[in-house]
Design a binder for this molecule. Structure first.
Ligand code: CU
Length: 148
């Protein structure tokens, strides 16, 4: 019993265990794709319960060959996606990745994303912390108007 409580105390004090409890991911999902689509996107609400801003610098998933962090900006009347360097999750705050706004962009999909299945997505923070969350695949109404 003594050993067990000692182990628990050590675990609680370890910076990694501490860090992992600071970040919580809610309502994650990935956009379902038609059979030949090469791209998709992942959305989630990411909460930071620590006293420090946390900066997401990259993301990865086995479902895609390439993953980028994206934002959507308005150029005149046209909404355009662009790659961004990082996404900051403010201290004691949250950031919402959603259609028409911040998202994790998937390129070179290794297989179609089928509604009802799920993918694992790993995000990496500037401090080296990594966090994996599960994103169920859902049909998403396009939040972005496509102008041709
Ligand atoms: Cu994008």
């Amino acid at each position: 019993m003594k050993l067990k409580s000692l182990l628990l105390a050590t675990l609680a004090l370890s910076p990694l265990a501490q860090a992992n409890m600071d970040i919580m991911t809610h309502h994650a999902y990935a956009r379902a794709t038609p059979p030949n689509a090469a791209t998709s996107a992942v959305f989630a609400e990411i909460m930071n319960r620590s006293e420090n801003d946390r900066v997401i610098v990259s993301a990865s998933t086995e479902a895609a060959g390439k993953v980028e962090l994206h934002d959507v900006i308005k150029e005149g009347d046209v909404m355009k996606m662009r790659q961004i360097e990082s996404i900051t999750v403010p201290a004691n705050g949250k950031v919402e990745l959603k259609p028409g706004s911040l998202h994790i962009m998937l390129f070179d999909l290794t297989q179609p994303l089928v509604e009802g299945e799920a993918i694992d997505v790993q995000i990496t923070f500037a401090n080296g912390q990594k966090q994996t969350f599960n994103a169920p695949i859902k049909k998403v109404m396009s939040g972005m108007k496509h102008h041709h």
